[in-house]
Design a binder for this molecule. Structure first.
Ligand SMILES: Nc1ncnc2c1ncn2[C@@H]1O[C@H](COP(=O)(O)OP(=O)(O)OP(=O)(O)O)[C@@H](O)[C@H]1O
Length: 473
């Protein structure tokens, strides 16, 4: 195994790594760092928790130290929490250099961000939406001399049908075509073509050789449960984990903000130290909750997929999928929040009778079979009524709050940001719904007519054959 010196990194940077407990390069670092230092575009596809962030932070800092100026490097990432985490790594590893960074994400003060950008920071870490807003609305900064464009979780940023598309176009229109482009993710390979179009010249491409897409240290389990019993299994699992471990912490992923809110309220009713993270929360609340979970004040984080990628929280021992993810790559990123950097971890997916095909797709993609997690079903059934009643109480409580209104307000805000008129959109949606209902009624009527005709012709056939038999006898 190579060491950092043989990769071409300077002593000051290697010493800084050592101080952060990073002594030997991981495979993605060993392969990508030399290519990046040579000036090549690079695409790195390595498993979750394998050090992809340092694989681009280290060579960028090395190059910055040779010619320090701002704006030197732009890093794009899909979520605000990830932006803070990446900036933290630049700050920690680049401390001897006095690296100056600024974070440009939604939900934070745009005026202050504009001011920070005008001071030409070395490193800008941003989510596409907010950075595109700055580019469209003011010219207090220029990226014309930028040397590096990095896309972390690149497949997510380039996914079709997301809001990122327009914003990436705006950003790419102002970054120099003469630059190095670095693309990283644990699930790059299924969007290779789009990715290659972003990387300007023949990119150096490296992916981990292993067929299995998840790390070997991850023990992947499932529990088959009817939808109505799912929450009782969840409570039972947490209770058992709490009884059997002193120092524990786990992340539960669910599919919607509302479910996230209800599950948090429900688990708190059972006195479990639980906190939530989802996109309907105010940004400051999101950061505060993540910090409380990272500092072990709360042992359980319930999150939507806003937290499924990239978050690096070393202490997480278990990931529970309260719903089976619809995409295998969502599963890979979710369970990758544990068993990181060589540590062991466990994932448990609650699978209902409607999800079997999803599990098959996941097992096909990761080339691993999930193992059945042993549970005493009678223990679960003992708490079933209590759990479902508690959940119903939380649902009623949430309905009486303004949660749904907030959701509506968020949707309207998003439409206005996209230049749409919410009222016009609402009318269009209502008309579409009306047409759909009319179509359904029309189809049902046709179906009914066909059925009646078939019944009638069946009766006629029966009558004529009875008549024929009668004549014959
Ligand atoms: N060479 C190394 N040796 C030991 N630990 C490392 C090394 N490089 C990075 N790490 C640590 O490994 C952990 C995971 O790193 P990182 O978050 O970059 O993983 P990743 O590959 O980006 O994961 P994901 O795909 O989930 O985003 C971090 O805590 C990081 O400090």
């Amino acid at each position: 195994m190579a060491d950092f010196t043989s990769l071409g990194l300077s002593d000051w940077l290697i010493l800084q790594c050592k101080q952060m407990g990073i002594s030997k390069p991981t495979p993605v670092q060993e392969n990508c760092i030399p290519a990046i230092l040579e000036g090549r575009d690079c695409m790195g596809c390595a498993k979750t928790g394998s050090g992809k962030t340092a694989a681009f932070v280290l060579p960028v800092l090395q190059k910055l130290s040779e010619d320090p100026y701002g704006i030197f490097c732009l890093v794009l990432t899909p979520t605000r929490e990830l932006a803070y985490q990446i900036a933290e790594q630049f700050r920690a590893l680049g401390k001897p250099l006095g690296v100056r960074d600024t974070i440009i994400v939604g939900g934070m003060d745009m005026v202050k961000q504009g001011l920070d950008l005008s001071k030409k920071p070395h490193i800008v870490v941003a989510t596409p939406g907010r950075l595109a807003d700055h580019i469209r609305s003011c010219n207090t900064f220029s990226m014309s001399k930028m040397k590096f464009l990095i896309m972390d979780e690149a497949d997510r940023l380039l996914e079709q049908g997301t809001d990122f598309g327009k914003d990436l176009e705006t950003i790419l229109s102002v970054v120099p075509s003469k630059r190095q482009t670095l693309l990283f993710s644990a699930t790059l390979t299924d969007t290779l073509q789009e990715l290659k179009s972003i990387a300007m010249n023949k990119p150096f491409f490296w992916e981990s050789k292993s067929e299995v897409r998840t790390v070997v240290e991850l023990d992947q389990r499932y529990i088959l449960t009817p939808e109505k019993v799912k929450d009782a299994y969840l409570v039972h699992l947490i209770q058992k984990f709490q009884d059997e471990h002193d120092d524990w912490s786990l992340i539960i992923f669910t599919n919607t903000c509302k479910n996230c809110q209800i599950l948090t309220m429900m688990l708190r009713e059972f006195k479990f130290p639980t906190i939530s993270l989802h996109s309907m929360m105010k940004q400051k609340q999101r950061f505060a909750n993540l910090a409380k979970f990272k500092s072990n004040v709360f042992k359980i984080l319930i999150a939507t997929d806003v937290a499924s990628r990239g978050l690096d929280i070393p202490r997480v021992q278990v990931v529970i999928n309260h719903n089976t993810p619809g995409l295998p790559k969502t599963y890979i990123h979710r369970v990758g929040r544990t068993a990181r950097a060589g540590r062991s971890g466990m994932s448990i997916t609650l699978v209902t009778q409607y999800d079997i095909h999803l599990v098959n797709a996941i097992e096909e993609q990761i080339q691993t079979k999930l193992k059945a997690h042993p549970v005493e079903e009678k223990e679960v059934l003992k708490i079933l009524t209590q759990v479902n009643v508690t959940r119903r109480k939380c649902e009623i409580k949430l309905e009486s709050s303004d949660f749904d209104e907030k959701k509506e307000i968020n949707k309207r805000k998003q439409m206005i940001l996209e230049g749409k008129d919410p009222d016009v959109e609402q009318k269009r949606k209502a008309e579409l719904m009306k047409i759909k209902t009319q179509n359904k009624k029309f189809k049902d009527k046709i179906q009914q007519t066909i059925q009646q005709k078939q019944e009638k012709s069946g009766q006629k056939k029966a009558q004529s054959s009875a008549k024929t038999k009668k004549e014959a006898s």
